[in-house]
Design a protein around this ligand. Structure first.
Ligand code: SAM
Length: 346
């Protein structure tokens, strides 16, 4: 049991919101992203697109190259930064909340990047957040016949258990805007939404690319998805027991892209595009990047082809992962959304 969680429950007289639990389990003292254990890649718990190889980064570079500066949020092992620095020559800034990952990035990238302690104001360039929004704490909600309840965490005989309380006014209002058939349980990403709204003050001119797994609202809160989207990742196995190993494994929720787009608009930004990862990468020219490789050299080509398959296949990352672009003052249309832009579904 993570000491911070037990202490918080005791301090809050027996109950904390799930968002608070997720915050402590991921980002608190002894939390998953705070500690030094390997997280990304084969030796860790999960593999992200930049960890597969350089194909994702080299293709994304074709979209962000026109911007003079890149701000990457949550840069993980620094794998994407490494490729983008080489491919774009852009100035590179990183905002990373995990001290251990920040140290890893600094070891890898040295003086080639600059690390920030908070979101800047008046940023001009391209902001990238790959698999960051899914790590932001979410509120857990239950729609019951009697009304909206907030699902939180309590201790019973030394074990973490779910316990419902009446939802606070803000959460209730957000939940009541979502038409679902009771009984129904899911998540609402109020913290991620507030973060997206704040980008309105961050981006003076440029684009923010939010890449993550998730759906537009109608699909996210589909009657059949009545158990929500919470998921843990431990040594490349995904499971739904969110109380199993707080602090020792990744804990995520899918992203409601409609809510993120709405929050960005509320912050004064425009939605510039929304597409599946596969469509975005094809639009950016992933096939041309692949064609640069020597097909005759199987040793070189086979891993690239396998990487393309992972990124593009609907059964892997191609469909579930989406790219949302929001921004301000971007004159030319973004190449990544030239075909198959689904902004209208948000
Ligand atoms: C799932 S990892 C993804 C890492 C990397 N982007 C990749 O795709 O390999 C989530 C990353 O986001 C960072 N993170 C989580 N919440 C953050 C926040 N609010 N601000 C900045 N970084 C954050 C984590 O420390 C970690 O580096």
């Amino acid at each position: 049991m993570l000491a911070g969680v037990a202490e918080a429950i005791a301090r809050e007289r027996g109950w904390i919101s799930f968002a608070r639990y997720m915050e402590l389990a991921l980002h608190g003292p002894g939390g998953y992203y705070t500690g030094p254990a390997p997280k990304l890649g084969a030796r860790g718990d999960f593999v992200t697109a930049p960890e597969l190889g350089s194909l994702f980064g080299r293709t994304l570079a074709r979209q962000v190259r026109p911007f003079a500066r890149i701000l990457e949020i949550g840069a993980g092992s620094g794998a994407l930064a490494e490729v983008l620095l080489k491919e774009t020559g852009c100035e590179y800034w990183i905002l990373e909340t995990s001290p251990s990952l920040r140290a890893l990035q600094q070891q890898r990238l040295g003086a080639r990047a600059r690390w920030l302690d908070e979101l800047p104001r008046g940023f001009r360039g391209a902001l990238i957040a790959n698999e960051v929004l899914d790590a932001m704490p979410v509120h857990a909600v239950a729609w019951r016949d009697a009304g909206v309840m907030e699902r939180g965490v309590a201790l019973q005989h030394g074990k973490l258990v779910w316990e419902e309380r009446e939802a606070t006014a803000g959460l209730r209002d957000a939940a009541q805007e979502i038409p679902v058939p009771a009984p129904y349980e899911s998540e609402i990403g109020l913290i991620g939404q507030a973060w997206m709204r704040s980008l309105g003050e961050v981006l003076e001119e440029g684009v923010a690319l939010i890449i993550d797994y998730g759906f537009p609202r109608e699909e996210y809160y589909h009657p059949q998805r009545s158990g929500g989207t919470l998921m843990c990742h431990h040594r490349h196995r995904a499971h739904g027991d969110v109380f199993a190993r707080p602090g020792e494994e990744d804990l995520t929720a899918h992203v409601d892209f409609s809510a993120l787009a709405g929050a960005a608009r509320a912050g004064g930004l425009e939605v510039l595009g929304y597409a599946t990862l596969a469509q975005f990468l094809v639009n950016c020219g992933i096939t041309e990047v692949l064609a640069e490789a020597n097909v005759e050299n199987a040793l070189h080509y086979a891993p690239l082809a396998a990487e393309a398959q992972k990124l593009l296949s609907p059964a892997e990352m191609g469909e579930l992962f989406k790219v949302l672009a929001v921004g301000r003052g971007v004159a030319a249309p973004l190449a990544g959304f030239a075909r198959g832009d689904r902004s209208h579904t948000l």
